[in-house]
Design a protein around this ligand. Sequence first.
Ligand code: 4NP
Length: 149
Amino acid sequence: MTHRILFVCLGNICRSPAAEGVFRARAPHHRTDSAGTSGWHIGDPPYGPMQKAARARNIDLSDLRARQFMAEDFQRFDLIIGMDADNIAGIEALRPEGNHTPVCLLTDFAPDTGADHVPDPYYTRDFVGALDLIEAAVEGLEAHLRGRQ
Ligand code: 4NP
């Protein structure tokens, strides 16, 4: 079964494009996209240091371009995944009345890590640590989706 999954962060240039890139490399049969709750980087490619860290793992993010999360995304996707609690608040603020699309944290799929959010590498500069956590959570997400087939 093909799922439509949207990854969301603040800028859509670090965490959510990385999650999209990791996920689409592992599970290309699903439909994926990513977006930012802010409009600060609309049209920009993923941040250089994030692209570099991903490329070191054979994950190419160069075709991705930032866009802003919008209310219509609740209809366009089956599952919306944020990176931290602020992202979830920004997403929920646009939920149309009567819409029940599930919204969750990426770290919900990586309970063994003990993490309750993906720290923003734009500020921490820990691009490798962010990718480690994203890869662990994407593996959990894949297992979750397989279980729902
Ligand atoms: P992201 O990281 O939400 O993981 O894409 C950020 C990138 C840029 C900014 C904030 C967060 N910024 O303030 O420009």
